[in-house]
Ligand binder design. Structure first.
Ligand code: SF4
Ligand code: SF4
Length: 318
């Protein structure tokens, strides 16, 4: 089974529009929206949810008001200022302490030092993940809670589920919408993928972020291809990007011109392929043929486990 991860280095380059169009063109693919911090593939593909599960990561403290004697020790020790003296009274004291679950980092110090054993330490539900059906095939996606972290762990979970769905339904391809940037979620999106497809826009920030993420994929040993989106907006920078890609052994798949049909497709909640026969749609069709051909020569996907992910993250941060 092969896995294509579409990444961009920065947000807003059109990677989701291109991935959704590839989903229209691919036969028997499983889709995975691994851009969990700003998921938007569902806006175009309008999934019908068939399975829904909580995503838990780490623990949060919770003060049990009935047991708290309001000694204040937990507030004094909390390095994250997550404990407030505004909890309900309990017959012994007029007020108790309360944990702000958004500020709580789950370090567990307050739990260890509460002499009354008044603080519970419970798994934190950070969001939900889903397996859905769409008109372009099954899709695995998630909704991360407000201020929730551990999105790299969630990405690894989604990729594992996508592989499971692909194996169950005998589908040979996973199309993954990766995260922007170069942080933990992107490393989790890329680890063990068959091919990274960079969707880059010809701007100064697009060039800078492409260079960073290209370095990351090289360190992870993932082969790369590049598409310059809206290439005609700045031909000089588009040429520079292509030159940089060639120098770094990244295949240049081609260009997509600026085309207002892309925005019209988004508004209509359709893929560019479904909504248009214009220049962008034609370019995307031709690019998909090249990407599909390239994928045939790539290694099968293997999603690393969470320990491997943590190890790679530390290595890259050194
Ligand atoms: S340390 Fe325990 S008893 Fe003291 S204020 Fe905190 S929760 Fe209440
Ligand atoms: S678990 Fe840590 S961060 Fe959370 S409230 Fe207790 S001391 Fe503060």
């Amino acid at each position: 089974m092969k896995e294509l991860v579409v990444i961009s280095g920065k947000g807003g380059t059109g990677k989701t529009s291109i991935l959704a169009s590839f989903a229209s063109l691919a036969e028997k693919a499983v889709l995975a929206d691994c851009d969990v911090d700003a998921a938007d593939l569902h806006l175009v593909l309008q999934p019908r949810i068939e399975r829904r599960e909580d995503f838990t990561a780490g623990c949060k403290a919770r003060i049990k008001p009935g047991h708290c004697t309001a000694c204040g020790k937990c507030e004094e020790l909390c390095r994250f200022d997550a404990i407030y003296y505004d909890g309900p009274g309990n017959g012994r004291v007029p007020k108790t302490y309360r944990v702000d679950t958004i500020a709580c980092e789950g370090c567990g110090v307050c739990v260890d030092f509460c002499a009354e054993n008044a603080i519970a330490f419970e798994p934190a539900v950070c969001g939900q993940w889903f397996v859905s059906e769409t008109r372009c095939g099954p899709m695995v996606h998630a909704k991360l809670g407000v201020a929730a972290e551990n999105s790299g762990k969630l990405v690894t979970l989604l990729r594992r589920m996508a592989q499971q769905v692909a194996a169950e339904q005998k589908r040979e391809l996973i199309l993954c919408d990766g995260s922007p940037g170069i942080g933990c979620p992107v490393i989790a999106s890329l680890t063990g993928a068959s091919l990274a497809l960079f969707v880059v826009e010809p701007t100064t920030s697009g060039r800078h972020d492409f260079m960073r993420v290209a370095q990351l994929t090289a360190q992870l040993g993932i082969p790369g291809m590049m598409i310059v989106n809206k290439a005609d907006v700045n031909e000089d920078v588009a040429r520079e990007l292509e030159e940089f890609a060639r120098q770094h052994e990244i295949d240049v798949a081609g260009r997509v011109p600026y085309d207002p049909d892309v925005t019209r497709a988004q508004i209509a909640r359709k893929t560019v392929i479904e909504a248009s026969t214009g220049p962008a749609a034609k370019a995307i069709r031709s690019l998909w043929a090249k990407v599909e051909e390239r994928l045939q020569h790539c290694s099968p996907a293997s999603v690393g486990d969470l320990a491997q992910l943590a190890g790679q993250k530390q290595e890259l941060e050194r």
